[in-house]
Every structure is written in structure tokens, then in C-alpha cells.
Design a protein around this ligand. Sequence first.
Ligand code: FES
Length: 215
Amino acid sequence: MAHAQKVKFEQPKEFKFSPENMKLVEHHIAKYPKGRQASAVMPMLDIAQKQNDNWIPEAAMEEIARLLDMPRIKVFEVATFYTMYNLAPKGKHHLQFCTTTPCWLAGSGDVVKACEKHLGVKLGETTPDNMFTISEVECLGACVNAPVIQRNGDDFYEDLNPQNVIAVLDGLKAGKPVPKGSHTGRLTSLGAQGATCLTDIATKTGNKVAGEGKK
Ligand code: FES
């Protein structure tokens, strides 16, 4: 097994939003009444993370506190509470595996084991080529398509098993487009019994219609 990379990093001394991102920041702040601008803290953390190669330095949290006129500790509290915010550098693909009960019952343990074996790292570690960081998170809100992985906070890969998740990893490593959503071919969250409404859409997309078998 390859040795997992110990990620060493330094906190940058300064952080400023790019002019383009500053427009986005202003857009979010403007959504809230005067005196309530702190409500923009979550999208601002997300913008900072995307600007800074998928992690949020302390200087960014301080800059957000300054822009929102709120105590730094309150920004830190939000950033440290949610697993979607990374407070240290991650691999190019940060894969967050849901292992909460519905995903676990659907086989997330086997999906995690297959990935750990394929990549040669354990949960919480980064591959030596810095391509993947894998971590464990609580419910990602896509339980009906369990097991689920979230990539870099945006892309969801669903209906995973120990076989199709390897194709996801290999596709990402090769820089190929990896389909988001279900990896067993079902339409969004269509139940195993097949479509019971919107049957015309299900038929067009090759999905099963209840009582009629696979179309
Ligand atoms: S339990 Fe895994 S997405 Fe909800």
C-alpha cells in the first residue's frame, strides 16, 4: 500500500476576494436587510473556498468577518461546524463518503473499503499524487440514492457499489467527465418499483414504469 501523504501547509498572511468574486459577495450581502448581513457568511465561505483551491485559510475567515462586520469567532464557528468547508488543503478531488444509517444499510461500508483498497489510503488521508482526499461525513441529504459520495462540495455520485465506484475514481483520475447522480442508470430518485407517474418521461429515458417492466 502506498503511504498516505501528510499534508503540510502554511496559512497565507492575507486573503482578498478577486474582483469577480467580490461582485458575487456583494450580491449575497445585498439579499439581507441592513444589520443582518451576517446571514451571507455561508455563501461567502463557499466563494472563498472555491477561490483558494478548495480550502479556506484563516485570513479568509478574518476578511469575511471584516466585510460582514461580525466577530471573527462567529465566522470560525460556522466554518468549523459544517463538513463542506475545508480548513486545510485537500487533494484535487475531495471525496466525502456518507456513512450515516441509510447509506450504511445500502452498503457504504463496502464502498469505502473498495475505495481505500483502490487508492491505497484510509479515510482522512490524501493519495501521494495529491489526486484524492477521502473523508467520512454525516448525511448528505441524498439518502434515497444511497450510498452517496460528494466531490469538492458540488458533485454527487449516487447509487454506488464496490464496482461502479472504482469506475468513478478511475474516470476522475483520467480527467474524464464522470456522470453526476445515479450510477445504476435510474432516473433521479425513481423507486425500484418503477415510475407511477410521469410515465411518459420514464419511458423516454429508458426507465421502468410500474407494472410494465423495463422499457
Ligand atoms: S444517509 Fe447518506 S445521504 Fe443521507
